[in-house]
Design a protein around this ligand. Structure first.
Ligand SMILES: Cc1cc2nc3c(=O)[nH]c(=O)nc-3n(C[C@H](O)[C@H](O)[C@H](O)COP(=O)(O)OP(=O)(O)OC[C@H]3O[C@@H](n4cnc5c(N)ncnc54)[C@H](O)[C@@H]3O)c2cc1C
Length: 462
């Protein structure tokens, strides 16, 4: 445990005060900010990087995984964003026959900026949240590190969209991290990378030959493999590469790659490698080593592809994600704590603000664990209470760090769910300000009703 001590630092106080500061302009944070601005609130996004979208853009996480609830789309802001992307030709199927869920991180970041600015959200990039100034359980201001030094921004409400529950953590709200039954180890993180200059037609025909398929998936290529999934034609190539010293065995813990017309016709994005030795994703020494290990592994994987897979001969690595792909770090323990029972029993709530049938999906265990899938028409809900931290009356948490058990969190981290969580937080924060009430006094059923009034669609909660 690192030691803590008090120090005194000079602070610049910004002239402007806000109704709502959203800390972190990522997957959930942008939705929160837009929804709050569209409630007529004065909203600032304080983002430590220089782009919106978070994991979706700077961690290069694409595609949207489906929430598997038919045509229902809980978040109206997300639906608007997907319409923009489609209208501009910025989306494509992940592979043949799939819906257009693939997007490019580049065009996504532009689209989100355009939407946020149009909604009247003020953006502050290069602003790393450091701490909160709290009086009697109420946040008065947030402290941000910018090029001006340490800056204080007054706000009536804060939404924590950091993915790591960073605001809730430094504000003393209860939280958990990792698997309590396994040394509090977090799920494996990944460092995504992209390869360009690929002859996708050659890759397609090669993979079709390798797997004995008559119908190559051209023009969309999808490759996936894990050692634990058993040997297939692709894993046999991996085994050979390990024997020849081109790959290390850990490089095959998880291997997944997509091509997509949304990126360009010669590019593939890799949902790997994973960093199995990074067990605590809030320990920055471990995370740093994980990133270093992943970059080296990506170079090995690329060499493997060039050596074994026709079509990669003239390719090159064109980018490493600038944000490590953290699936899970801290999770608040809030007013409602989502559990595997809620998931297993497909529980519904009066204040259900997100619906999903995406399965439990834990990375980093001896195998990917999917305890229970869903029959068509089955789904579970996430109640508003899972966004409400304990101990602070003007703070909400949105995104992958809401109040859920280790296993339940693995089913709710996907982007479309995070969009709904963010939007609900933005609407609820605005309601709390309008009603001059604490976050835990906001009626979650009214939040859901407002999401629907603005164009969100929900399956019935029966
Ligand atoms: C490797 C990987 C693969 C995945 N695959 C898929 C997939 O295929 N499909 C899918 O739908 N989902 C997928 N997911 C899940 C999904 O992408 C994430 O869970 C989700 O995007 C997280 O959203 P978020 O808003 O909680 O956090 P993020 O989108 O990560 O946003 C957090 C934001 O907060 C900012 N921030 C953090 N700390 C501070 C601070 N102190 N000050 C200021 N700003 C700060 C960050 O810079 C970032 O912009 C995957 C996740 C990972 C890691």
């Amino acid at each position: 445990m690192n030691k803590q001590r008090q120090i005194t630092l000079p602070i610049t106080r910004y002239d402007r005060a806000y109704d709502i500061v959203v800390v972190g302009g990522g997957t959930a944070g942008v939705m929160a900010a837009i929804a709050a601005a569209e409630s007529g609130k004065d909203v600032l996004i304080a983002e430590r990087g220089y782009s919106l979208g978070g994991s979706a853009t700077v961690a290069q996480v694409t595609p949207f995984m489906s929430v598997r609830i038919g045509d229902a789309r809980n978040s109206y802001v997300s639906t608007r964003m997907q319409t923009f992307l489609e209208e501009r030709g910025y989306t494509a199927p992940a592979w043949s026959g799939q819906p257009k869920t693939m997007f490019s991180p580049v065009t996504m970041s532009v689209t989100l900026e355009e939407m946020a600015v149009a909604a009247g959200v003020e953006l502050l990039y290069g602003a790393a949240f450091v701490n909160t100034v709290i009086e009697e359980g109420h946040i008065r201001s947030v402290l941000l590190q910018t090029l001006d030094g340490l800056c204080e921004v007054e706000t009536a409400f804060v939404i924590d969209g950091t993915g790591d529950a960073q605001v809730a953590f430094v504000s003393g709200c209860p939280y958990e991290a990792g698997d309590p039954e396994d040394h509090d180890y977090n799920q494996n993180m990944s460092l995504r990378f992209a390869v360009g200059g690929i002859d996708l037609y050659a890759v397609n025909t090669f993979l079709a030959e390798l797997f004995g398929e008559e119908d190559p998936k051209n023009p969309h290529v999808y490759m996936a493999m894990e050692w634990k999934a058993g040997d297939n034609e692709l894993t046999m190539l991996f085994h050979d590469a390990v024997e020849k010293g081109i790959l290390e065995r850990s490089d095959g813990v998880y291997f997944q790659a997509f091509s997509s017309a949304a990126y360009g016709n010669d590019v593939m994005y890799f949902n790997c490698p994973e960093a199995p030795n990074c067990r605590h994703t809030t320990d920055m020494f471990e995370v740093t080593q994980g990133v270093v290990d992943c970059r080296a592994a990506a170079v090995r994987l690329h060499r493997f592809l060039q050596t074994y897979i026709r079509g990669f001969e003239n390719s090159t690595i064109i980018s490493f994600a600038q944000l490590p792909g953290v699936r899970e770090s801290r999770r608040i323990v809030g007013e409602y704590y989502l559990t595997v029972d809620d998931y297993n029993e497909c529980r519904k709530f009066k204040d259900g603000i997100a619906q999903s049938a995406y399965p439990i999906d834990v990375h980093g265990k001896s195998q990917l664990v999917h305890p229970r899938g869903f029959e068509p028409g089955e789904y579970f809900e996430i109640p508003y209470g899972a966004l409400v931290p304990k101990g602070i009356d003007n703070l909400l948490v949105a995104g992958r760090c809401i109040s859920a058990s280790f296993w339940a969190q693995s089913a709710i981290r996907i982007q479309l769910v995070c969009h709904a969580l963010g939007e609900a937080a933005g609407i609820a924060a605005s309601m709390a300000l309008d009603l001059s009430c604490a976050a835990n006094k906001v009626d979650g059923a009214a939040v859901r009703a407002e999401m629907i009034a603005r164009g969100g669609t929900f399956l019935p909660s029966v």
